[in-house]
Every structure is written in C-alpha cells, then in structure tokens.
Design a protein around this ligand. Structure first.
Ligand SMILES: *Cc1c(COP(=O)(O)O)cnc(C)c1O
Length: 360
C-alpha cells in the first residue's frame, strides 16, 4: 500500500492513525459485533461516541459552557442559509465582510432572509488582503456580522479577531477550525464543514452561544432550527453518525498531538517552508498580502501557465496529488491542513525547485 501526499482542498487528508483505527473498528466496534455505521443513533453505544466527540471538541477549543455544540448536516453552504434563518430575525438585518469567494457566497445566500449589508470588502485588493477593521462600516443594529476566517480558494486568512462590540460575530471556519487556538467567547457563532480539518464530509459543526437560540424565522425547517437541535442534542433528525465518529477520533488524535498550540506551531512551520520558497522564487508567485496569508491553503502560480499541466503530471509521478488550483482562479493550490506532515511540504518544495531548474 502506498499513501500519497494529498494536497486536496476538501474533502482532504485525514490523519493516518485515525484511518487505521477506523479500519480496525470497522466490523466490530468495541465488541458490539457491529460497525458504527450500523448502530442506532439512540443506542447507548452511539450516544457515547457522540458525547465523546462533543467533549473532545469542547476541550480542544476550550468552548465555554454557555455555548452549544451541534453536529448538523448541510455543510457550510447549507449554513449560509441556516445562519440567517436562525439569527437575522432578531433585527432583520446583518453585516457581511467579503474577503473571497466563500464569504461572497455567504452574503448572496443571506439576502433571501433579510436586509444584508456589505460592511467591508477586500475587492479593492483583488481579494488578496483582508480589509482593515478601521475601514469596516458596521451597523450597531445588525443581528450579526459574518466573516469567513479562512478563504479556502483565495488563500486569505484572518490572523486577528474582529471587534464587533455587542453585535455577535459569526464565522465560517470550515477550512481553518482546529488549526490554531481561538477564543470562542469572541464569537456568537462558529460553523464549519468537517471535511477540511476535522473529518469526512457529511457533518457540519456549529458552535453557538445560548442567547442566540430561539430567534429562528418561522420558515426555518425544524431540522435546521438551532434551538430544536440543541434541545435534542443534535438528534432532532438522524445525525451523520459515522462522520461524527471519525471526527471524534480526529479530536482525540489532535489532542494526542498536543492540542491547539502544538497544531498551530506545526502549521506555522509547514507554511513557512512553502512561503519562504515562493518568496525567493521568480518562477512561482503567491498574490496574497503577507500578513493575511493562509496557513492552510496556499495558492500559487507558475510564471507560464502553459507549464501547469507538466507541473501537475510531474507532481503526480512523485506521489503529490490534487495540487490543481480552484477552477475560478487557476494555477496551483497546496492545501496543507493539520494532517499534512511537514515532509509533504518539503517534498513539494523539493519538486518545485527541480521543476524550476528544468523549466525556469
Ligand atoms: C469548503 C468550504 C465551504 C463549502 O462547504 P460545503 O461542505 O460544500 O457546503 C464553505 N466555506 C468554506 C470556507 C469552505 O472551505
């Protein structure tokens, strides 16, 4: 068996020990004679898996007791509607900060549910920089302010937490949750699809402050109503049981790796290997403002896009896959989530050097 270096933006690389444990437990979880996939979500076995997953996430992110953790379905794109359906009703309006494709999409979707304002946009920089907070036009009457903490396509990441006063801050953290320590108490709500840094696709984590529950618009489907899901321990409908189980294993693995501070140090070190190389090269380029560069997704272009195909083919021959950039921006993108070892980034840079020497 050969494992590749998988640079996919998502669904993405998972820690090998987690995959091994899941394989071992596949047919018979802890002597039950069944796979987790075959268990009732109401049975004590799955309830313990679910409770451990929640406890694991709470411990890693130090989530205060005044926040609910929900395991939902619909992905982050689902949350683009679910968030406004649940929160915008408090005042009827919301502020959005656009820093890339994902936050743009979030804002567009929210317009169906209330009055949505663009509080700030990185568009002037071609979405290569986060607009400074001093330039934001925040409405104190907004029900919430929405950001995307890491733009998976553009490779732009917040390295500071916006101050939105009494207005709850809502963040799409799909592609950088668990990559570093965050102060959950600075947010009203955090949501993230699992398939970038937490587990397989199919489960969406929502961390929501208690006082934000109970304001859903009457049109909100019950399965997407945070209050109903919170009251039902995320079991108002059948939750994505297997995805929750794997996420729980990932949480344990991340804890064993040293938790958030260790993860952050690991991610900073990995990203540095790649950015340092990009910065001294005139063959490759990354457009993002240095202080806003993502530690998770590193887009880069070759000097001549006619070489893109050859670059990808050569990478594949060396066991490095899924480096093709998002179709909307072209070029390359290396997603270097938690589970990517530094050896993967070193191998990529070694290949990039060789390719540059050959074609530069
Ligand atoms: C991947 C991603 C999404 C889309 O998630 P889905 O699971 O397809 O709904 C949304 N936002 C961000 C930041 C992402 O990285």
């Amino acid at each position: 068996m050969t494992r590749v270096f998988n640079f996919s933006a998502g669904p993405a690389i998972l820690p090998e020990p987690v995959l091994r444990q899941a394989a071992e437990e596949m047919l018979d979880w802890h002597g039950t004679g069944m796979s987790v996939m075959e268990m009732s979500h109401r049975g004590k076995e799955f309830i313990s898996i679910h409770a451990e997953a929640e406890a694991g996430l709470r411990e890693l992110l130090d989530i205060p007791g005044s926040y609910k953790v929900l395991f939902m379905q619909g992905g982050a794109i689902g949350e683009n509607a679910i968030v406004p359906m649940n929160l915008i009703g408090r005042t009827g309006k919301a502020d959005y900060v656009v820093t890339g494709d994902w936050s743009k999409k979030s804002m567009k979707e929210a317009r169906t549910y209330g009055t949505v304002s663009l509080a700030a946009s990185g568009e002037a920089s071609g979405l290569t920089a986060i607009p400074k907070q001093a330039e934001w036009k925040l409405d104190p009457g907004a029900a919430y302010v929405h950001i995307c903490s890491n733009e998976t396509i553009g490779g732009v990441q917040f390295h500071w937490t916006p101050d939105t006063g009494d207005v709850p801050l809502v963040a799409d953290m799909s592609s950088d949750i668990l990559s570093r320590r965050i102060d959950v108490s600075r947010y009203g709500l955090i949501y993230a699809g699992a398939q970038k840094n937490m587990g397989p696709s199919g489960v969406t984590v929502v961390i929501v402050r208690d006082d934000l529950l109970g304001h859903a618009l009457p049109i909100t489907p019950s399965a997407f109503n945070y209050k109903l899901q919170a009251e039902a321990d995320s079991m108002y409908n059948t939750p994505p049981t297997y995805a929750i189980y794997i996420a729980g294993l990932v949480f344990k693995h991340v804890k064993a790796m040293g938790g958030m501070d260790a993860m952050e140090a690991h991610n900073v070190a990995k990203a540095k290997v790649l950015y340092d190389y990009l910065d001294q090269s005139s063959f490759y380029s990354n457009p993002v403002a240095r202080e806003d560069r993502s530690l998770m997704n590193v887009p880069f272009k070759l000097k001549d896009e006619a070489l893109d195909e050859a670059f990808l083919k050569g990478a594949q021959a060396r066991g490095m896959l899924q480096l093709k950039g998002h179709r909307s921006v072209g070029g390359m993108r290396a997603s270097i989530y938690n589970a990517m070892p530094i050896e993967g980034v070193q191998a990529l840079v070694a290949y990039m050097k060789d390719f540059e020497a050959e074609h530069g």
